[in-house]
Design a protein around this ligand. Sequence first.
Ligand SMILES: Nc1ncnc2c1ncn2[C@@H]1O[C@H](COP(=O)(O)OP(=O)(O)OP(=O)(O)O)[C@@H](O)[C@H]1O
Length: 357
Amino acid sequence: MEGFIKIKNLIKKYQLNNGKGLVAVNNVNLDIEQGDIYGIMGLSGAGKSTLIRLLNRLEEPTSGEILVKQEIVDKKNNTITGYENKNILKFNMKMLREYRKKTGMIFQHFNLLNSRNVAENVAFPLEISKWKKKDIEKRVDELLEIVGLSDKKQNYPEQLSGGQKQRVAIARALANNPKILLSDEATSALDPRTTNSILELLKDINKKFGITIILITHQMEVIKKICNKTAIMSDGQIIEKGETKEIFLNPKTDLAKEFVGNISHEEFRTEEEKKQREENNGKLRLRLKYNEDQVNESYITKIIRKYDVEVNILSGFIDKVGDIIVGNLLIEISASEEKAKDIIEWLKENKIDSEVL
Ligand SMILES: Nc1ncnc2c1ncn2[C@@H]1O[C@H](COP(=O)(O)OP(=O)(O)OP(=O)(O)O)[C@@H](O)[C@H]1O
């Protein structure tokens, strides 16, 4: 299904005490489909938290639209007769309350109520929704079963590990059968193994209940593990977005390249692609030096197009030797031996100094 959540030209400006303005979210456009696990990645201060808080109006935007697909219900028969996109920024308090019920949220520090035990924490949103006591008990049991904490019903938050606390928070977020789950750095306070188990749980919930998940993180590992789509945020703007696989295999911006750089992404390749890489007899590693006239020429793009190969740039810098500008690039090419020879020959023809490492 398309266009479940459409974020259009969204802007959030803060007025600072010194009188200056700060644009935390700067003209963001995103199209999130139903069933997506959409990851928003960025460095500290990029605007991720602000963006996610705008999605349930914990923050009010300065301008823009957030369109969310809503059911049109025939109240007489209580049947769904169709769907329409509604701008949640135009919702009155009653509509907003209904929307928030269907939009769960989890946080880095869990935000549990310490005076309530596990069952009472999970029951909390149901009490607010005025469920009957009997129904609450049944639903709480269901939810604790989903998150694997049935045996901790009577425990208090202080008796739980970080991972268990996050499971309680997830159960609570799911209580009203939400359609959307917002996750604000939900695994940032957890160790790697617990992180994995929470990510597995989120993936399960997404599959089983068809809940669309929007998660923000500063960990590319999190994106890689569960997100089918990714947006990279910098200085309030989305600078790159698309299928996670595409971003891992062909990052376009320097920031995305940096995020992806240190992480192996072999699993994004198909079996056929993997086999082909094996047949390629490994990789050719070259150090290229080129002069001022050649600096602006995109030789890497030319090599990729001409020889249909994959090139990884391992490092690169432009140096000034006296008045002469010298480019220095370390690259790795996945190519058969034959192709590798052709590439070296082609570099020679183009007077690019190459050294096989
Ligand atoms: N209430 C506020 N008043 C003023 N400025 C704010 C407010 N909230 C956030 N900002 C500023 O907006 C920018 C984006 O902050 P935000 O918390 O959204 O970034 P982030 O990507 O989530 O970073 P982090 O990962 O560190 O939380 C920052 O420069 C921050 O200082």
